[in-house]
Design a protein around this ligand. Structure first.
Ligand code: 6CS
Length: 340
């Protein structure tokens, strides 16, 4: 698998930065961190149909679902080298490359109202610009922020308060602050790539994992877990990153097209993630006897309190720009909540 990815990487890197030219025009490669049927797949399919229609077929978007080009870390490397034009890059995996983006992994930082989160994350220009600066410094460009729904915890038993996490080996994505977030609850976080989680749960190498509901269903994690705890502690927020200089190097007309598409996709994917998360929850309920637990406000408050020091750790790691991002996000969420 590793060999295949490296070979592919070299082949694709030869196409460096600009879209490859195929028989019938230009090809833009778009890689996903998720499988077919996922939120990222729905986003990429809509992106593809919009781009192809609006360029009158001059551009073909080729979608590479999870697994075909390697792990999230591999995809980030490939887009930085210009072998891909676009890739999903989740803050949970990108933190060691872009420390600032780990803000989006912090717990209890968002509104309880998901529409507010959607509006702020996709619509706040200052926030998006600051994050784009951080991406550009590390050889990436931020195309869009894509919230994919609330994360839930699955484990062998319910996780109703921090004491229930004591010694629990929970799989996390690999960004350093995710480890701090779960250590703060007393858990033993165990980072690993997405594709290894099912096997690790099945073999009892880990006890628990955390993901949005649609992903749990499509990766079958519910089949090897007994309890699902819903704490609304964090959203799964992805970003779409682009190759350095790729968007900047396009014609003004194409750049305007991509801006327009980003705006339209924000509304499309907000509805789609809700639909997929709701449908997949019903599928899990129908096909398994997993216990589903919804935490109340006082249970959530106990986790929130434990999570607060991780914000200081974030600022230490992410520096001045990180502090600005944190302040901008918290303020924008407060204002939007108040206006609601
Ligand atoms: O847990 C993960 O690693 C993955 N989860 C989702 C929902 N998307 C991509 C990410 O890599």
């Amino acid at each position: 698998m590793r060999f295949r990815c490296v070979t592919l990487l070299f082949l694709l890197a030869a196409l460096a930065g600009c879209g490859e030219r195929g028989d019938s025009g230009e090809v833009w490669r778009f890689a996903l961190e998720e499988v077919e049927g996922s939120v990222q797949w729905a986003y990429a399919r809509e992106f593809k149909s919009m781009v192809e229609a609006r360029t009158d077929g001059e551009v073909t978007v080729r979608i590479h679902p999870y697994g075909s080009l390697g792990t999230s870390a591999d995809l980030t490397q490939q887009v930085r080298q210009g072998a891909l034009q676009f890739t999903f890059a989740s803050p949970g995996h990108l933190g060691s490359v872009v420390p600032e983006v780990q803000l989006l992994t912090l717990h209890f930082i968002l509104s309880d109202d998901n529409r507010v989160n959607h509006e702020v994350l996709t619509g706040n220009q200052r926030f998006n610009q600051l994050l784009d600066e951080a991406y550009r410094e590390r050889g990436l460009t931020l195309y869009s922020i894509v919230p994919e729904g609330w994360m839930v915890w699955t484990a062998g038993t319910p996780l109703r308060n921090p004491a229930d996490f004591d010694g629990v080996k929970i799989r996390t994505m690999v960004s350093p602050l995710l480890l701090s977030s779960y250590k703060a609850y007393g858990a033993k976080p165990s980072p690993m790539p997405y594709g290894e989680v099912y096997g690790a749960l099945q073999m009892d190498m880990i006890d628990a994992q955390v993901n949005p509901v649609f992903a749990i269903q499509e990766m079958s994690f519910h089949e090897v877990q007994s309890a699902m705890t819903r704490a609304r502690h964090a959203q799964f927020i992805a970003t779409v990153a682009s190759a350095p200089g790729f968007i900047d190097g396009l014609s003004a007309e194409r750049r305007a097209m991509l801006d327009e598409i980003r705006g339209e996709l924000a509304g499309f994917i907000f509805d789609k993630q809700r639909e997929l998360n709701d449908k997949r929850l019903a599928m899990i309920e129908d096909s398994s006897d997993i216990e589903i637990i919804e935490l109340d406000d006082s249970q959530r408050a106990a986790f929130r309190e434990r999570s607060l020091p991780v914000r200081d750790e974030y600022v230490e790691l992410a520096g001045e720009r990180g502090r600005k991002l944190l302040d901008t996000l918290v303020q924008a969420i407060e204002q939007a909540d108040a206006a609601d």
